[in-house]
Design a protein around this ligand. Sequence first.
Ligand SMILES: NC(=O)c1ccc[n+]([C@@H]2O[C@H](COP(=O)([O-])OP(=O)(O)OC[C@H]3O[C@@H](n4cnc5c(N)ncnc54)[C@H](O)[C@@H]3O)[C@@H](O)[C@H]2O)c1
Length: 290
Amino acid sequence: MTAANPSAPFAQALDFTGRTVLVTGGGVGIGRAIAEAFAAACARLIIAEIDPANADAVEAAIPGARVIRCDVRQRGVGRLLADRIAAETGKLDVLVNNVGHFLHAQPFSTLTDAQMDEIVDVNLGQLLRITSALLPLLRKAAPGSSIINVTSIEAHRGIPGCSVYAAGKWGVTGFTKSLALELAPEGIRVNDIAPETTDTPQLALDYVIPAENRTHEERWIPLGRFGQPADCAGAALYLASPLAAWVTGTALHVDGGALAAAGWYRTPQGEWTNTPLISGNGIVIPGAAG
Ligand SMILES: NC(=O)c1ccc[n+]([C@@H]2O[C@H](COP(=O)([O-])OP(=O)(O)OC[C@H]3O[C@@H](n4cnc5c(N)ncnc54)[C@H](O)[C@@H]3O)[C@@H](O)[C@H]2O)c1
């Protein structure tokens, strides 16, 4: 199977008319922005959402969206989603595995076995099961269908106090690369979106970064600000579209340049330093140094 050629006019590449898109956790935050973007691009949208209030809100906000109230961590939910989508559209063009959470920001030595299992399952285990269950429907839409996994910039560097979360997200990175190879002959692409800190209910900036430190944003992030959910939505549209027809097994770092900067920061004078002079922290993880 040869990957689709992006010779179609670029203007039409972001038209998802007739294409079915499933977004897990599409009620708020990054998933919601991705859902809104696909809806604006005329996709037939299905959202899997656990929170009743979030489900009601997104259903009201996106006319035509089909919201399935469920917990993607539960065994059998992948099958349920596949059955519903099969009955409605018979195929799935785009699977966006967006659900994930750091859950417990604390030193590794203080995590219980149950907490570790919980973190790995919400970030990696459920994603494997959902992908497995939906793969037959992605095959029905191949060639040209694709999987987009929302990982994290922490899947490409270390993060103190969230080592198991990082392990789960790095696991998704490995899964993405490996599955991309398996599915390439069928014309199904698999990619990641790896966001840096993005303003969502899970990581509301007003909460995690003290107001007095918000003025340092442009010193921490090369492009001068933390992320907004719409930043990831643009990446998702691109990765799912024919514009990315020759892109598989990779990650888009949606991070304002943070990973490129690694440990480099700007001084108040606008110079670069790897020995930051700022007192206090941005995101404070209690006890992470212990
Ligand atoms: N916000 C950030 O700064 C950031 C940074 C890096 C990576 N990420 C990743 O981006 C993804 C989305 O993050 P967010 O900040 O938008 O999250 P969020 O917690 O703000 O929103 C997640 C949505 O998913 C729903 N959800 C949660 N668990 C579910 C389940 N088991 N079944 C179905 N629905 C469920 C929630 O109700 C909510 O609507 C996650 O994978 C997260 O790890 C976020």
